[in-house]
Design a protein around this ligand. Structure first.
Ligand code: ADP
Length: 541
């Protein structure tokens, strides 16, 4: 017997048409470089994304060709998110925080044909221009100033569209987008998403016990659209018709808080670095902004429990998600089950500080070095391996042998994240394999130490790295940023930690710095820290 269901392809074209049909009056707001709020609607977006698709095809773009973007989060980037795939092409979002060499490498590796770039980012383009070649460069005039020669004006291009665009036929497995990992280890590696994987990821993200996205939401993706598809928010929000508000280039706490207040935002998403800044602004001025009961999806790095507690005091609900570029990215999210309602506050906070349950259709296991599955008993530690319909099974133009350490023999993705899973299925990440500290044969979790240090009321942030030690092999060194005006000493911090953790886990070394170096995606740059402290001498304290 066969099913009687239609074989209907899951493509982004449907989401674009749906937005134009049912949500044409819903607003899309973008904060422009001069802080003017640009407003248009899903109706405008629908027409303009199709105009872009038409012009891409008329410019010679063929199915599967790559179209790159070098853009902040705003209306035109959303048009590219849908217009490029509608044309049958592949959207390649370039991370504008990458080093010029890496950017040039990625453009060349992906063989990008056309670039759409913000006018305010032309100076960045100038730094790679002699190393890359595009057939066309279309410039979005965000500042309203004329586009300089020899570039083409994106608005002028759209204005040439006849409006007779017909979607090229697609298979749901056709590619629609690609991202490169930020290359903290080795050269960046490309991951190619399909229409099907993106649609399924959007459906799973929108579920109530996942991010829970609705047309009642006003959503601000702070996470850049050049990083892991802004965690799929542009796709999932457009699918359900939520109002979208984009921060443009303004990612400082005050600009974001102003936007949250003026647009009555209910949902936002970004990495912990951003929220650290927001917390400091709120602490300094608790009555300045009147915010709605906003949900804040936080991921990309572990979320300290202290941060979740502090946001609760302002009525802001932190929801932790876990994933990576290779997993589209959402793979797990921390929501409490009904049974947890009867637990103590402390227990519930401990759960919210975990990475949560895997999403539907994400299979997850933790494994030892020989890929043997470990028990879910809340004690056994292992590397997280995953598989599922929006998880990459390979890297773009990297042969299987070169990527063999990234996939288990049976094809599951090795994430490099180390975790325990409790009997209820909640994941708690203890480290990345390369950041663990091995001291006297025992593993110490840098994440656990960082969270404990950041629990101190006078600490703004802290990163812990392994440093070679003559007796123990490695010992943890804590790099700490104190809050303004704090005179916290090493001794006080060390006593505080020893009241929370076993002594052997506590760092011997503390260094106070004014900031912690970041990667292009806003994470602690542990590689740079390890480099900077590689000659650290334990008696230099
Ligand atoms: P890259 O691997 O290039 O840094 P990604 O943005 O894809 O770029 O990062 C994925 C990694 O980020 C994960 O493998 C994990 O180590 C970390 N990560 C993401 N979300 C969380 C989280 N909620 N808690 C802890 N680590 C996280």
């Amino acid at each position: 017997m066969q099913s009687t269901m239609m074989n209907y392809p899951l493509t982004l074209d449907h989401i674009l048409e749906r937005a134009g049909t049912f949500f044409s009056d819903v607003q899309i707001v973008s904060n422009m470089p001069d802080k003017r709020l640009h407003r248009h609607t899903y109706g405008d977006f629908h027409q303009r994304a199709k105009a872009l698709a038409e012009m891409l095809i008329r410019s010679g773009i063929r199915p599967g060709d790559r179209v790159a973007t070098l853009m902040w989060n705003h209306y035109a980037h959303l048009e590219a998110y849908f217009g490029v795939p509608a044309a049958g092409a592949v959207l390649h979002t370039l991370n504008l925080r990458l080093a010029p060499d890496d950017l040039a490498y990625i453009v060349d590796h992906a063989e990008d044909q056309i670039l759409i770039v913000d006018d305010v980012l032309l100076p960045l383009l100038a730094r790679i221009e002699d190393k890359v070649h595009f057939k066309h460069i279309w410039v979005v005039p965000l500042t309203g100033k004329p586009v300089p020669e020899p570039f083409e004006d994106y608005e002028g291009i759209l204005a040439q569209a006849r409006g007779d665009f017909v979607y090229p036929e697609k298979d749901e497995n056709d590619p629609c987008g690609m991202c490169y990992t930020s290359g903290t280890t080795g050269r960046p590696k490309g991951v190619v998403y399909s229409h099907r994987s993106t649609v399924l990821h959007s459906l799973a993200s929108a579920l109530p016990d996942s991010v829970g996205i609705s047309f009642n939401d006003v959503a601000v993706p702070v996470v850049p659209m050049f990083h892991a598809n802004a965690w799929g928010f542009p796709y999932s929000c457009t699918m359900v018709g939520s109002q979208l508000v984009f921060p443009g280039p303004h990612l400082d706490a005050e600009s974001l808080l102003n936007l949250y207040e003026s647009e009555k935002v209910t949902l936002t998403a970004g990495v912990p670095t951003i929220w650290m800044g927001i917390l400091q602004a709120l602490d300094a001025n608790p009555d300045r902004w009147k915010l709605a009961n906003m949900r804040m999806v936080v991921g990309g790095s572990a979320v300290p429990e202290s941060m979740i507690r502090r946001f609760d005091r302002f009525g802001l609900n932190v929801i932790q998600g876990w994933g990576m570029t290779e997993t589209s990215p959402l793979a797990a999210i921390s929501r409490l089950k009904p049974a947890q309602a009867s637990q103590s506050d402390d227990e519930r906070y401990a759960y919210r500080a975990m990475q949560g349950l895997p999403c539907p259709f994400v299979d997850l296991r933790i494994t030892d070095e020989r890929d043997q599955a470990q028990a879910w008993d809340g004690k056994a530690v292992g590397e997280i391996q995953v598989r599922g319909p929006w998880i990459t099974g390979a890297y773009y133009r990297l042969d299987k042998d070169a990527a063999s350490d990234k996939f288990a023999a049976d094809g599951w993705l090795r994430t490099g994240d180390v975790a325990v899973v409790d009997p209820d299925g909640y994941i708690k990440i203890t480290d990345r394999t390369k950041d663990l500290i091995k001291s006297g044969g025992e593993w110490i979790s840098s994440v656990e130490l960082e969270n404990a240090i950041m629990g101190h009321p006078e600490v703004a942030e802290a990163a812990v790295i392994a440093v070679a030690h003559p007796k123990w092999g490695e010992r943890p060194l804590a790099v700490v940023v104190r809050k303004a005006q704090s005179e916290l000493t090493r001794k006080q911090l060390s006593e505080f930690l020893q009241s929370k953790l076993p002594k052997w886990m506590c760092p011997e070394g503390y260094v106070f710095e004014s900031e912690i170096p970041r990667t292009s995606t806003g994470k602690f740059n542990k590689l740079a820290l390890r480099q900077g402290f590689k000659d650290w001498r334990w008696d230099s304290e």
